[in-house]
Design a binder for this molecule. Structure first.
Ligand code: MCN
Ligand code: CUM
Length: 795
């Protein structure tokens, strides 16, 4: 049987589908379901060579020597590049997105298992891989720093000893909120809950791994780079700065992308090596990593050790929150986030509650692990923040013997308090939390579930109900507060209406599966009344689209969505002037109705957008100041971020014999303001909820004492399948953003951010008979079993 959602989706392509916002089927899907997508690995250029990367087997070692002679003698090998070669070109080190540098190929030391050591370029992929085994590398092992808690010990090996004056593994200290005020609030609290909460290292593991095809044309000096990128324009500027190729001679193309989830924000050594390979050989070079390379060397996520404290009165009024975080950033600080915020947007850890004080401090450290840290639908670390506060609130409820829903309802920021300034510097744009939570409670049948749970407990069965309520902050800018390596976070849009009334809109953001070709056409359709199928959305090619910072932090709708609405309105205004000339009346006498301008009081005297477009390109005398054609462009600098929110409730059953957790039900009520395409929103939520099940129950990238990565394949790094997830039950409320042109807030990361605490809260709730107060993710059978035995989490 079909869920109501699926039934609605089946009806989505009915002839009376909306022109504008609404449930329409995705324009991009016909090519995907027919296998006609065009991914980086589908690109084949004449004379193209293939690159492969030799990676370090050790986590920390001095590089003594590299002998490439045998590899070079391989009949199909065209070039072998080492760190020494790059040093000569001044390309051995590249700047990261966090004011650090990262080795493109190791020169002095290797600093994590899987680090890039040499690059082979050969006639085919197999030969390139074979030749890797012919390279002789001599390493001198060094003690690795694996446990972030040991990284600052005086006797810890210094990982970044190549940096002048470096004597330890400390990267940064960052804080937000008021420490003294928070201490005072804690001092007068009746109850304080104090818990170490770990958000383990996980990996976004997109279906398509990272890759690039570099094509350097030596006569023109033009580089065309096809790459898996969430931010083609920012990448182009960085390539110009790193490689010294003038920016107008670089074209970055991100074709179809098979999932990004933050994994494709940064610039990896492989991309740079493909470029160097093409320059050196004079031929196009393709580099595509395999699954293990992706899991072991590209941007991981989380890895936060959080000591969290929550203070409240005896009757459940939350007073304050405080946390001290140790952030493991791996061997190079390559996290991607606005410059001002080394811990991303973690300081929204005050959540959805009206507090008197809050303070957080984050310390970043180097370890001998892969770099990264901001990925996997994290909204710049709101994931960690929501997990922390929602676990602490649940622990407080347990301590006070209060219902967790009740406790949340009692402490929510109230609707009349918006725009709400929180204690760490955010201004929440809008919110109305209670109806969302009440709706979720109704949908799940909360009271009946608690009765069922009590009955089951009496019989020795383990059933848990977990709630989480999250507030996100997504849509970075504005540019004056937010930049990435100096590039202000604003985005452009260009809209061109062809003479026949068909349109093309060019945007600076880059879809990796979010359905932008559909939803951005819908924004134009809503504003201008042109059917979405008549609007082509162009993205992912720097030669064809306006500058902008790209897709991450669910910023496409909040930022580029705003740009597209405004550029449409610019066209609508211009169309009014042209329509007035065509109708021989004054613009003030015209009224807009979706798709046409008509004379006030005489709806039959009207010009449709198509007629106006033809007029704009035709022979009529245009009014003064109107320059013909129907084109416009804007750059949108958002005044603030948007603050979507949601109420999630999870029901789990735990097998008392095997400790296996089964997610029986999951209700998600989301509020992302104005909804452009409900079907796409549900798709985003379903994917994010599955992520949540993965992180809560299965996924972790662990290391042994030597620094061997234990999550380097999908045999070891478990991700959920249809077998592990329930049928999602979703609902929504609508609280528009007051500052966004169409009132929309981002939604792409909401479910990944909001769901893990609901699931862990449910697991801990199920384990109440065993007096479990907290357990760390992932709640695998072994860990749950240990918790049931009253033992600490097993390794
Ligand atoms: N949308 C809507 N109405 C709203 C908000 C959004 O209809 N009020 C639609 C948008 O128009 C868009 C989609 O929902 O088609 C997601 O929009 P948005 O929230 O703006 O997020 P982005 O498009 O910026 O996508 C980025 C976000 C991030 S940061 C990660 S990580 C993630 C995610 O999207 N990676 C994804 N979802 C993903 N989904 C897929 N399939 N693949 C990924 O790599
Ligand atoms: Cu943090 S993952 Mo998304 O922002 O690309």
């Amino acid at each position: 049987t079909l869920t109501p959602e699926r039934e609605a989706n089946h009806a989505a392509d009915s002839p009376d589908r909306p022109i504008g916002f609404g449930r329409i089927q995705r324009k991009e899907d016909p090519r995907f379901v027919r296998g006609r997508g065009n991914y980086v690995d589908d690109i084949v250029l004449p004379g193209m060579l293939h690159g492969a990367i030799l990676r370090s087997p050790l986590a920390h070692a001095r590089l003594v020597s590299i002998d490439t002679s045998e590899a070079l003698a391989h009949p199909k090998v065209v070039a072998v590049i080492t760190g020494k070669d790059l040093e000569a070109l001044n390309l051995a080190w590249a700047p990261t997105l966090s004011a650090d540098v990262q080795a493109v190929l190791a020169t002095d030391k290797v600093r994590f298992q899987g680090q890039e050591v040499a690059f082979v370029v050969a006639e085919d992929r197999y030969a390139a891989r074979d030749a890797l085994e012919l390279i002789e590398v001599e390493y001198e092992a060094l003690p690795p720093v694996i446990d972030a808690r040991r990284a600052l010990d005086p006797d810890a090996a210094v990982i970044r000893d190549e940096l002048p004056g470096r004597t330890d593994n400390h990267i940064f200290d960052w804080e937000a909120g008021d420490a003294a005020e928070t201490d005072a609030v804690f001092a007068r609290a009746d109850v304080v809950v104090d818990q170490e909460i770990i958000y383990p290292r996980v990996h976004p593991a997109p279906m398509e791994t990272c890759g690039a095809v570099a094509d350097f044309e030596p006569v023109e000096g033009k580089l065309t780079l096809y790459e898996t990128s969430q931010a083609p324009h920012a990448h182009r500027t960085l390539f110009a700065m790193v490689a010294g190729i003038p920016e107008h001679k670089i074209r970055v193309v991100s074709p179809d992308i098979g999932g990004g989830f933050g994994n494709k924000v940064g610039i990896y050594p492989g991309y740079i090596l493909a470029v160097v390979g093409s320059i050196v050989t004079g031929r196009p070079v393709k580099w595509v990593e395999d699954r293990s390379e992706n899991l072991m060397s590209t941007s991981f996520a989380r890895d936060y050790i959080m000591q969290g404290q929550i203070a409240a009165t005896a009757d459940g009024r939350i007073l304050g929150l405080r946390t001290n975080v140790l952030a493991d950033h791996g061997a190079f600080n390559a996290t991607a986030q606005p410059t001002k915020y080394p811990a991303g947007f973690f300081h929204i850890f005050t959540g959805s509650y009206d507090l008197e004080a809050a303070h957080c401090k984050v310390t970043g450290v180097y370890t001998n692990k892969a770099p990264g840290g901001v990925a996997y639908a994290c909204s710049f670390r709101v994931t960690e923040a929501v997990y922390l506060v929602e676990r602490l609130v649940d622990m407080l409820a347990q301590r006070l013997d209060m219902d967790p829903a009740e406790l949340r309802l009692k402490n929510f920021i109230q609707p009349e308090q918006f725009p709400y300034k929180n204690k760490t510097g955010w201004e929440y744009d809008s919110g109305n939390y209670e109806p969302a939570l009440r709706k979720a409670l109704d949908m799940v049948g909360y009271d009946e579930l608690r009765v069922e749970q009590a009955e089951k407990r009496a019989r020795g069965e383990l059933m848990g109900i977990g709630i989480s309520f999250f507030t996100e902050t997504v849509g970075a800018g504005p540019r004056k507060h937010m930049d990435i390596v100096g590039l202000g976070m604003a985005d452009g849009a260009e809209l061109r209406i062809h003479p026949t009334g068909k349109a093309v809109v060019r945007i600076s953001v880059q879809s990796q599966g979010q359905g932008h070709e559909t939803t951005f056409a819908q924004i134009v359709a809503e504003e201008l009344g042109i059917p979405p199928e008549d609007i082509d959305v162009v993205h992912g090619d720097t030669d064809q689209t306006p500058f902008g910072l790209g897709t991450y932090g669910s910023r496409s709708t909040p930022v580029s969505g705003g740009a597209v609405a405004l550029v449409s309105r610019k066209i609508r205004d211009k169309a009014r002037l042209i329509a007035a000339a065509m109708l021989e009346t004054r613009p003030e006498d015209l009224e807009w109705e979706k798709g046409r301008w008509f004379v006030k009081g005489d709806p039959s005297a009207a010009k449709t957008m198509a007629e106006i477009a033809m007029g704009a390109h035709g022979t009529i005398t245009l009014p003064d100041g109107v320059d013909g054609n129907l084109d416009a462009e804007v750059t949108y600098d958002p005044p603030n971020l948007t603050f979507p929110f949601g109420a999630y409730i999870c029901v789990v059953d735990i097998d008392p014999g095997t400790a296996r957790v089964k997610v029986r039900r999951f209700v998600a009520v989301d509020d992302c303001g104005t909804r452009i395409n409900p079907m796409i929103i549900e798709g985003q939520l379903h994917g994010g909820l599955a992520d949540g099940v993965g992180m809560a129950l299965m996924e972790i990238i662990e290391f042994d004492d030597e620094g061997n990565c234990l999550g380097g394949s999908l045999m070891d790094y478990l991700i959920p399948t249809a077998m592990e997830v329930p049928t999602w039950e979703s609902g929504h409320t609508v609280t528009p953003s007051p500052h966004h042109p169409i009132g929309a807030k981002g939604v792409g990361e909401s479910a990944t951010v909001g769901s893990p605490p609901a699931i862990v809260n449910a697991v801990v709730d199920a384990l109440a008979p065993f007096n479990v107060a907290h357990m760390d993710m992932p709640c695998t059978p072994a860990r749950v079993w240990a918790a049931m035995q009253g033992r600490a989490t097993p390794p």
